[in-house]
Design a protein around this ligand. Structure first.
Ligand SMILES: [Zn+2]
Length: 254
């Protein structure tokens, strides 16, 4: 507990002390932001308020090209040439607040986003909400059925969670589901076997929760993301999306 608190404190300090150092950004990359809930009554450190979420989207729109995950994938695989750093927005778990709070703001600001959905969890968006969001341009990716801790799951369960989640989404959306995000997502939460099953299931790439930016040609089943948390001020957010916490991957990789 103390360890977690110390980590939260240190992360916040790093974000606040960091500088926007444009010189570090000479190599263009693909930065995928990782959100969870968007709600005004914060239930956990990952939930961002609606006001803050919109301020963040506006900052991103003014300073970056915001792309869908499909486009992000095309940049990473060299199908499209990456000239400047681009940003993509992803939201894990797909709790109802994503439909009620995040979706209207994404639509209003014309920002694409991807929801990594745990298809058999409680409190998640309904099938109709999934269809409505998809029709409005929101992408969906797999996140297992029950937010399974893959590194601890027996083989059969791991397969069922990864393959089943893809099948659930494909049944609702009648399209191929190509992206996956490992639940919890740090190095210790998934392993080579889970990576392999994700690949064999037919996903084209997979995202971790290891902090950082991705460059074309990188390993597609270990993609990094940039976590945004409730306590990040707008000033910290600006620094974080410009790379101030990319070194944090050291902690996430333990
Ligand atoms: Zn999750």
């Amino acid at each position: 507990m103390l360890k977690t608190k110390a980590k939260v404190w240190l992360r916040r300090r790093c974000a606040a002390w960091g500088k926007i150092d444009k010189s570090r950004l000479t190599q263009p990359g693909v930065r995928v932001l990782m959100y969870h809930d968007v709600e005004d009554v914060a239930s956990n450190i990952y939930s961002v308020s609606t006001g803050m979420f919109e301020d963040q989207l506006k900052y991103l729109k003014d300073n970056f090209e915001i792309v869908s995950l499909r486009q992000a994938y095309e940049f990473l695989t060299g199908q499209k040439e990456l000239k400047n750093t681009v940003i993509a927005v992803s939201m894990d778990d797909g709790r109802e607040c994503i439909y009620y709070n995040a979706f209207p703001l994404l639509k209003k600001n014309n920002v694409p986003g991807c929801v990594f959905l745990t298809t058999a969890d409680k409190g998640i968006v309904t099938k109709d909400q999934v269809k409505e969001m998809r029709a409005a341009g929101i992408e969906f990716g797999g996140h297992t059925r029950t937010h399974c801790l893959l590194s601890r799951a027996p083989l059969e369960q791991m397969k069922e969670e990864i393959v089943g989640c893809k099948a659930d989404l494909e049944a609702v959306l009648s399209e191929s589901i190509e992206f996956f995000a490992y639940p919890y997502g740090l190095r210790r939460h998934y392993n080579q076997l889970s990576r392999q099953i994700v690949q064999e299931a037919g996903y084209k790439c997979a995202f971790s929760a290891i902090n950082g930016i991705n460059y074309p040609g990188c390993e597609l089943f270990d993609l990094k993301r940039t976590k945004i948390e409730r306590d990040d001020s707008l000033e910290s957010f600006k620094k974080i999306v410009n790379g101030a916490l990319d070194c944090w991957s050291i902690f996430d990789s333990i």
